[in-house]
Design a protein around this ligand. Structure first.
Ligand code: GAL
Length: 537
């Protein structure tokens, strides 16, 4: 069990700490300021690969020894990151085939971060090597509380390494090319494949791409990242006798990572969260807890690994939050967070994020709010949340709704978030955001908004639920291979959909002889309805 608070069962408070950006003379100030702010956990080393391994065959741990020892003396725990999200320049030059290639075929060069292809053999080997060095040196360090693998998995790549790994992944998923042809509907537009080697990643092409190929590519990337994570997890876990291992999930429609599936492979679900408002924060928090609980983490425990202190990003620029650090933290703590962590501790002096807000060196008002918040968290323990209403959020449906070939544009994440907000305000208590397949027996009501993609297993899962099931339009339109599934809801809702208007969405229903299951309500539009007031007895 994660014990990030230093004293058993307490809350963690802190954030990303990048001491390599500062002369050592600043570190002592940092440690004493951290103590003043009751910081008990900092994430170190996320972007420090070029300092830790300055050349292919040399390592320099002296500075990190000093930092970890100093933190330990100050009573501050360490969430130690592997730096694999940002390979150093020597790596790029030596292994240009490890740089990511865009959909358009452009190979990127060094100069930012996330410049890697997760399937490149040299990158995979170099990642395990640096993780092994860190594991050997710090696996038993007394400050170590948590391993943080990589940073925000999600970098897309379409290179030839990915192409051959994609073929291998497809082979194990489908066994035969005929099965793949069937799943991908390749008789449409003469895409039928005669052999595995004809299959490519969904790179830039002339017009609309095959939606099944696109979906499988996201699943494949998610599994490729997972393999990279598990390679590192194996060496870290083996060296440190029970220190939990995690990575920070980044939330966003562009991310090719299936977080519900991943949640079974992390020892603690951890998210980074940068929404514009409190409703967005509540949605992220309830989602993180939903993933954690569905994956069997005790009490659905999860950690807020990063958020921005005191400011939010808006289309017009950085804006000072109307809410204090403490009211923002409450949104997460009330929803079961085991810690409140920020990006970042000290504002960077230079570099691409020098104007990113930080706890120190950006706004003295933010620093003093952080000191107050830290003090108020001492001695507190995480809340255990139990909700009796849930809303389903499915990342595969989110991916599928992004396809440009659909009859209308639906912003699936915003739609589910609006349902979540409405349910939470009318239920007057927490609402779980759950993935497909999560246990349902604790809920009196489950709402399923626009679950576009519905496999036979997902259908069975909904059928097995005996409580009030509310399904909205846009649900069950295709199977897991993006093939249409007419009448897939008929047995649940007691009707077939004989016509659809798409703007605004409105289904016309024809009742079946068998009728609806008594516990099921169907909403034929994408409107958000106050269910407690209007629909329920
Ligand atoms: C996160 C990332 C951090 C930092 C932060 C800025 O997504 O993990 O490294 O870039 O965003 O908001």
């Amino acid at each position: 069990m994660f014990d990030g608070g230093g004293s058993s069962g307490g809350l963690s408070f802190g954030g990303d700490y990048n001491p390599e950006q500062w002369p050592a003379s600043v570190w002592a100030d940092d440690f004493s300021l951290m103590r003043e702010a009751s910081v008990n956990l900092v994430t170190v080393g996320v972007f420090s690969w070029s300092r830790l391994q300055p050349t292919p065959d040399t390592f320099d741990f002296a500075w990190l020894d000093e930092v970890l020892d100093g933190l330990h003396e100050a009573g501050i725990g360490v969430c130690l990151a592997t730096p694999t999200a940002s390979p150093p320049p020597w790596f790029t030059r030596r292994y240009p085939d490890s740089m990511p290639v865009t959909r358009d075929g452009v190979r990127l060069t060094h100069g930012s971060r996330d410049t890697y292809c997760v399937n490149a053999p040299a990158y995979r080997a170099a990642s395990v090597r640096i993780a092994s060095e860190l594991a050997a040196r710090y696996g038993r360090h007394p400050a170590l509380r948590l391993w943080h693998v990589h940073n925000e998995y999600g970098t897309w790549c379409f290179c030839s390494h990915c192409a051959s790994e994609f073929r291998a992944w497809l082979r194990s998923r489908y066994s035969t090319v005929d099965a793949l042809n069937d799943a991908w509907s390749t008789d449409f537009w003469s895409q039928r494949y005669a052999g595995w080697d004809e299959i490519e990643p969904p790179r830039a092409t002339q017009y609309l791409r095959n939606p099944a190929q696109e979906l499988d590519y996201r699943r494949f990337l998610s599994d490729s990242f997972l393999r990279h994570y598990l390679d590192q997890k194996a060496v870290l876990a083996g060296s440190s006798g029970g220190v939990p291992v995690t990575t920070n999930f980044v939330l966003g429609d562009w991310v090719p990572v299936d977080h519900a599936r991943w949640s079974s492979f992390v020892d603690l679900v951890a998210i980074d969260d940068y929404p514009p408002d409190l409703a967005g924060r509540a949605f992220s928090a309830d989602k993180a807890r939903g993933w954690a609980r569905a994956a069997g983490h005790p009490d659905g425990r999860w950690l807020l690994m990063e958020h921005a202190p005191g400011y939010t990003h808006s289309s017009s620029g950085l804006r000072r939050s109307a809410e204090s650090l403490s009211s923002v933290a409450s949104v997460y703590l009330d929803r079961g967070a085991v810690g409140i962590m920020y990006f970042q501790w000290r504002a960077s002096r230079g570099g691409a994020e020098q104007w990113h807000p930080a706890l120190v060196g950006f706004s003295s008002a933010v620093t003093s709010e952080a000191v107050d918040l830290g003090a108020s968290l001492v001695g507190r323990t995480p809340s255990v949340v139990s909700a009796d209403v849930a809303v389903v959020y499915d990342e595969e449906s989110m991916w599928a709704w992004q396809s440009p070939h659909l009859p209308t544009r639906v912003d699936y994440t915003s739609l589910v978030q609006s349902w979540h907000t409405s349910l939470a305000s009318s239920a007057g208590g927490p609402v779980d955001v759950i993935p497909v397949g999560a246990p349902l027996s604790a809920y009196r009501m489950v709402v399923v908004p626009a679950l576009y993609l519905m496999s036979a297993a997902a259908h069975e899962w909904l059928r097995s639920y005996a409580g009030r099931l509310v399904i909205t339009a846009g649900t069950g339109l295709v199977d897991e291979h993006a093939r249409t599934t007419p009448d897939s809801l008929a047995d649940l809702i007691g009707a077939t959909i004989v016509e659809r208007d798409f703007s605004p969405w409105l289904d016309t229903l024809a009742p079946t002889a068998a009728g609806a299951r008594p516990n099921v309500t169907y909403i034929p539009s994408l409107d958000i309805i106050d269910l407690e007031q209007k629909l329920l007895p």
